[in-house]
Design a binder for this molecule. Sequence first.
Ligand SMILES: NC(=O)c1ccc[n+]([C@@H]2O[C@H](COP(=O)([O-])OP(=O)(O)OC[C@H]3O[C@@H](n4cnc5c(N)ncnc54)[C@H](OP(=O)(O)O)[C@@H]3O)[C@@H](O)[C@H]2O)c1
Length: 356
Amino acid sequence: MSSVPSTYETTTLRDGTVSLGVHAVPENTLGDDTVVIKPHYIGICRADIKEIVGSRDVMGDRGPLFGHELVGTVAFSGAGTGIQEGDVVTLNPNITPTRTTGFAEYIFVHGTKEQLEQAVVRVPEPEIHNDVWMPEPFACIVHAVKKLLELTNAHSLEGKKVGIIGAGCAGLMFAMYARHLGASISVFNRGEMRRAFAREQRILTEGEIYPLGDTKNHPDNFDLVIVAPTVASAEILEIAADMAADEAVVLVYGGTRNGDRFPLGQTDVDSIRRNERIESVEYRGKRLSISGAYGCFKEDYEEGYRLHAQHPHEFPLERLASRQISLDEFPDLVMGMAAGTEDHPGKVLIEVGDRR
Ligand SMILES: NC(=O)c1ccc[n+]([C@@H]2O[C@H](COP(=O)([O-])OP(=O)(O)OC[C@H]3O[C@@H](n4cnc5c(N)ncnc54)[C@H](OP(=O)(O)O)[C@@H]3O)[C@@H](O)[C@H]2O)c1
């Protein structure tokens, strides 16, 4: 029997404004092809902010991302879905565009049995509600590293010098994973707030985190440079290429837009990122490989759970949570983030309680 009520609280993103209200559950929505998830925790992602301000190219095959990082319980599963009601699950937003926002009391996901098996991923950690971490975006990092190793015919990063631009959530998780795979890491971040957060949360040591300007002291130095800030402007990509040693790889993970090219018209970095390719370029007398990664699959979530369970000290993902708010507080806070008047390091989590 479905535990979905006839009305529910949900957010709406319209013309750059986020609002919260009570809406009727659309009639006939609880069909055979539907899974309804009741989120307990939802993470705010940089992609959500980009969609508010309109600076993100939305991919038609997966739809808008607004409200996609979550951990919740299956409240309803249609007869044709193969998903178990009551299971603790997370969402892979890269599979079907036919879904509602996760910034809500309930999220409605529609698809074929095969799509839903990929999109609604069971969480094997029962204690995740006590010590919350977000399986996605970690699955994207797991996927990106796996793709990088595949594209470069490598098995590990043992002994490699890895430079990471950006100490946001993505940069910090790349740092954890590269260190786990045997690399020495140096993370460069523009502002002090995220550098302090990384140190205070004991995610990075003093010798692993630097101001972005310090990249000048490390020219031609890194075997791998990971570009993980909000924007991968030509200036940031140049910094990455300057840091890279001859024959190094530059992994572009975040922040490209349709048509972006680097270096100076040579490669379509946005297409490299979204199509997960690798291309060789000449840059100031060096030969570099530019590679990219985008999205993730169910097996990346499963590998993420394995890494977290087997190596909790190397993957302290719960320490990324910097703040917890209610759904009522969400519209004001996220509009502040979009306006640039509010900024929080790590991950802001929304705890979705039951409506009074
Ligand atoms: N490829 C994929 O599959 C995938 C998946 C998920 C996310 N992403 C992308 O990854 C990127 C990072 O996400 P996140 O969750 O780590 O974001 P986040 O936690 O909000 O961190 C944003 C980072 O970008 C830096 N930054 C912003 N503007 C900058 C600028 N103009 N110059 C230099 N640094 C700047 C910030 O530095 P300050 O501290 O100085 O502000 C911070 O380090 C986003 O673009 C997101 O869309 C990609």
